[in-house]
Design a protein. Structure first.
Length: 500
């Protein structure tokens, strides 16, 4: 395959990027530390990792990713490691400034995490993700443990629960994802996209391909000699072997959800009226419980959404027609996580309209421009729920099962700072998003005060023709209990890591 092939090399990409393994409803994630380097490499050299090639996937699929310290333990020289992203090298739970930026404060402080916190022994070296068809997970995990006994110390298994496509609060999840431009149809220098689109450059998710800036994200490039001769060549430096190509960064965060606390709060704000309770919760999420958007599809199709009625109904909407947030509050979770805007605020296509918007002569446009263009801040979500699924009435009954429940949030991106950290820090945890005062994400916010400011425990719901409804005193509903950054290599890079 040539270095500048138009299509991604699916055989070299781990399948999680393309498939998400939805039919493999059972899954468990092993957090491992290298105990014996030679034995670890031997296992990695032949680990049966599923690729992104089409065809019936096997009943059990493995995906393997590495922490920065894990690469060191496997013998990757520091000169090579240092070309990975600085956020990856620093780690998710090890730096107080990062914790502050991401809202990991108070009960979310990494020092309290069950795994991934500041102590070096807390951080996993290797992450093995096991996806299985019903009934196939347990025996596979036991078999893996027997293979690993010399190579790795098992820190813990993160177990998951199939909740049938909903997250623990009861909302349909996994509905909106960016469409990856696998065929590389987006021109490399496309700086001027005036309408929101759902199609993202390959280089936003895979290292070694051009991203939305038409640039290649930094990653280690090696002499193509010895074992490195088997690595793909770098497109932007064809005489170098590309250790990053077809790989991605993976963020894993364990988010414990207080399901009874969420529904009790919403119930109290709704006078125990079931319809109002549901509508309030839907305003906080930004979609209906069954996943329907709060806004109708746009008249024009959206690139990357598809034209079939089911995709249009699910994702064919933007917030352009609802600038004040009357239908979907501006601070709702999905509007913070993906404001569905473009490089220039929405308007008509004429030259004059465009010039007015570009020069900032329109006050409404200036306000809409307070939120950065979303095409540089997308992520692929691959999270899995854990714990127990409970109904709203069970959650409110006072007899909810006492089982820790939540989401192992997983996302993939090629630039940790610009994608995951920006969305989490500026849009979800940030108290300045869209100039909303004293608010952070209604589901995820830690409600703490930023320095010299009041608490961020507010949620504003604009209403047509009457004053906003403002909720105050939101309690936190989510606690971060673990997390780490990983590198999910391409398959050939994985084999190189086993031989380096
Ligand atoms: C326990 C924590 C969380 C819960 C319960 C939750 C829940 C949801 C729900 C119900 C949806 C709508 C369904 C969908 O579009 O797939 C959604 C969408 C989304 N969430 Fe979350 N989420 C959580 C954490 C996060 C975090 C930590 C991030 C990012 C840092 C995030 C980013 C997103 C994004 C990007 C979307 C899609 C928005 C869109 O494209 O319309 N979520 N989430």
């Amino acid at each position: 395959m040539s270095a500048t092939t138009a299509f991604a090399d699916f055989a070299d990409v781990q399948g999680l990027l393309r498939f998400g393994y939805k039919h493999h409803v059972e899954s468990a994630f092993a957090l491992l530390r290298v105990r014996n380097r030679a034995a670890a490499r031997a296992w990695l050299a032949s680990a049966p990792v599923g690729s992104a090639e089409t065809g019936a996937p096997p009943p059990v699929v493995l995906q393997v990713a590495f922490g920065a310290e894990g690469l060191r333990e496997l013998g990757v020289p520091d000169a090579v490691r240092s070309a990975f992203a600085p956020e990856f090298l620093a780690g998710l739970g090890t730096d107080a400034n990062r914790a502050r930026r991401l809202g990991d404060l108070g009960v979310n402080d990494p020092a309290r995490w069950q795994w991934g916190g500041p102590g070096p022994e807390q951080v996993p070296h290797v992450l093995v993700m096991v996806y299985a068809l019903p009934g196939r997970l347990e025996p596979c995990c036991r078999e893996l443990e027997s293979h690993w006994s010399i190579a790795f110390e098992l820190m813990r298994w993160l177990s998951t629960t199939d909740m049938g496509g909903v997250e623990p609060f009861g909302f349909a999840d996994g509905l909106s994802q960016p469409q990856i431009d696998w065929a590389r149809e987006i021109p490399p220098e496309d700086h001027d996209r005036l309408a929101y689109g759902n199609l993202s450059c390959l280089g936003e998710f895979l290292l070694g391909y051009p991203n939305e800036y038409g640039r290649y994200t930094a990653r280690p490039l090696l002499e193509p000699a010895g074992a490195a001769a088997h690595l793909p060549r770098a497109e932007d430096a064809p005489d170098r072997a590309d250790l990053g190509r077809n790989g991605s960064y993976l963020v894993l965060r364990t988010l414990k959800q207080d399901v009874p606390g969420f529904w009790r709060y919403v119930d109290a704000q709704s006078g125990a009226d079931a319809t109002q309770r549901r509508q309030l919760a839907e305003a906080m999420v930004g979609r209906r419980v069954d996943g329907q958007p709060l806004l109708p599809p746009t008249d024009e199709p959206i690139a990357g959404v598809g034209t079939d009625p089911a995709s249009r109904a699910k994702n064919g909407f933007t917030f352009d027609g609802d600038p004040a947030g009357v239908h979907c509050p501006v601070g709702a979770h999905i509007r913070r996580a993906n404001p569905r805007n473009a490089d220039l605020p929405a308007g008509t296509s004429g030259l004059v309209s465009r010039a007015i918007r570009m020069l900032g002569f329109d006050a409404d446009v200036l306000h809409a421009d307070a939120v950065a263009s979303v095409r540089f801040h997308r992520m692929l979500r691959r999270g899995r729920e854990y714990g127990v699924r409970m109904s709203v009435s069970e959650a409110l009954s006072g007899r909810a099962p006492q089982v820790e429940t939540g989401l192992h949030f997983i996302c993939l991106c090629a630039d940790l700072a610009r994608q995951f950290e920006f969305v989490q820090g500026a849009w979800i945890a940030g108290s300045k998003f869209a100039a909303l005062p004293h608010e952070s994400d209604p589901l995820l916010g830690n409600r703490l005060a930023a320095s010299d400011e009041p608490a961020t425990a507010r949620f504003t719901m604009p209403r047509a023709g009457c004053p906003n409804r403002v909720l105050d005193g939101l309690p936190p509903f989510i606690e971060v209990t673990g997390g780490a950054y990983f590198f999910l290599p391409g398959v050939r890079a994985l084999r190189w890591l086993a031989t380096v």
